[in-house]
Design a protein around this ligand. Sequence first.
Ligand code: PLP
Length: 393
Amino acid sequence: MKEQLDWKRRLSPAVNSIQPSSIRRFFDIASKMEDVISLGVGEPDFVTPWNIRESCVYGLEKGYTSYTANRGLPELRKEIVNKYKRQYDVTYDWETDVLVTVGVSEALDLAMRALLAPGDEVLIPEPCYVSYQATARLARGVPITVPAKIENEFRITPDELEPYVTDKTKILVIGYPNNPTGAIMSRDDLLAIAKFAEKHDLIVISDEIYSALTYTEQGPICFASLPGMKERTLVMDGFSKAYAMTGWRVGYVCGNPTLIAAMTKIHQYTMLCASIMAQMAATEALRNAEDSMKAMVKEYNRRRKLIYNGFVKMGLPCFEPKGAFYIFPDISPTGLTSEEFAEQLLEEEHVALVPGNAFGASGEGHIRCSYATAIDKISEALVRINRFVQKRM
Ligand code: PLP
């Protein structure tokens, strides 16, 4: 039926320029099928640890149901500041340098809107999380994607970024451990990026939401802890992944006070504050849930090894992910595109995963599998994927 009003013309060009995320498309199909194993959504299969949930129940019982300060509960901001001091020796002021947001999702949006003038360019290594490009576009910026290479385990280097720099480049977004590849950057890799940011006078948005899920001895590195980087870096992290708190919608951003104040203005008018219940729960997470978090990370690590060995045995080129809870095998030996692979696998073997091109053009030829699911399900999924792959090789 023809619409009476020409909505496409009336909608903002920025909104028209973005597509809905294709990640969920397969889950909508999968949800109508029986016996489907999903390696799709980037969401922990654990429920939030009990003491965190209980702190929320307690807060409700006591009648904590109001707004909070725009920037977030002081006790939560103090715990965030303590974490950065303790873990990375980075000093933030809880009153001026921290903003509690509705997930890292909101923090990304605020950062782009606070920083970008129309036409400013944002360098985004790819494959990457789907929001980076969309939030840049919605803020009237221009996302410039830079392909990272599997030969380099999807790490990005200044030499790869350099050809994309123009006099409009304003922001560099980095996200390690990476969604969808599971890549991490070494200290030396990051130091090289720091030099590059300094040379081109860029603001760095460092999405560290998977920092707790780093499976190396070296552990996570906070970009703001590198020499000279605190001033020009917005560090973002949250509770969704590390504490199995996706539904609570709480995260935070730390950075320069002038920039945080600018982001707080937007937050004040659009969100007002993150929910008080979620903030109380997040405070408890930082105070008393380290052991539960570490137990979950240990389990992800066990699954990571299983799924990596499974793909290697199948004969699909694959590098060992070192962080987050994703693996990103190369499926080109099957002769299928990533969409064909995902569609046919779902139809034939009832396994749902995400085609690599959902994370940008350079993800084509790959699939993203999340191992945030029970180990017996991962084992069964590997049997099914292997059956599917061997028919095509
Ligand atoms: N950043 C990355 C890299 C993610 O993978 C996700 C969620 O999948 C987010 C940010 C959004 O996190 P939040 O739940 O804190 O909004």
